[in-house]
Design a protein around this ligand. Structure first.
Ligand SMILES: Cc1cc2nc3c(=O)[nH]c(=O)nc-3n(C[C@H](O)[C@H](O)[C@H](O)COP(=O)(O)O)c2cc1C
Length: 158
């Protein structure tokens, strides 16, 4: 059976809430998915999953340091994540505060590692973005993204 993981960094809980919503929807869609804080994950652990989703607060328009550290550790396994399904989401404080550049930064790294990224023509195009605490719109986007990632992963790996 295919498996997924959502890895997040969160200081004040907003990104964690998004992570739980994305992972919850992946599980509901039938893809066994774990949801872990980045401090509980090493790069080699990622080899075990078919779908890898990263979530970060927006820090100066970029991902937070702990997630970048995880990504940099992935170099030891370069090429081994090729063909897995990826995704990313971010929480910021302000509209125009850089949450989409943060999502894109994570997606760029996942693309370099060979992951497959499914865009969304109707929902948040690159990945769910939130301003502060997830509101109803964000909750729907997180659930939608989780479902779509699970559907694609199951199609490819089951
Ligand atoms: C070091 C630092 C840098 C930040 N940079 C930005 C930023 O560039 N744009 C923005 O909108 N919010 C910025 N924020 C606010 C956080 O992205 C925002 O509060 C987010 O919801 C926190 O997520 P969390 O609750 O998961 O920790 C920054 C916060 C910190 C601590």
């Amino acid at each position: 059976m295919a498996k997924g993981i959502v890895v997040y960094y969160s200081k004040s809980g907003n990104t964690k809430q998004m992570a739980e919503l994305v992972a919850g929807a992946m599980n509901e869609e039938g893809l066994a998915t774990e949801c872990k804080s980045v401090d509980k994950v090493e790069a080699k652990d990622l080899l075990d999953y078919d779908a890898i989703v990263l979530g970060s607060p927006t820090y100066y328009g970029q991902m937070a340091g702990p997630l970048k550290e995880l990504i940099d550790q992935m170099v030891s396994f370069h090429g081994k994540l090729d063909g897995k399904v990826g995704g990313a989401f971010s929480s910021a404080a302000n509209i125009g505060g850089g949450n989409e550049t943060t999502v894109m930064g994570m997606l760029e790294a996942l693309l370099i590692a060979g992951l497959i990224i499914h865009g969304d023509p109707q929902g948040d195009h690159y990945g769910p973005v939130s301003i502060g605490r997830p509101d109803e719109r964000v909750k729907k986007q997180c659930a939608r993204r989780g479902r779509r990632i699970a559907q694609l992963t199951k199609k490819l790996f089951e």
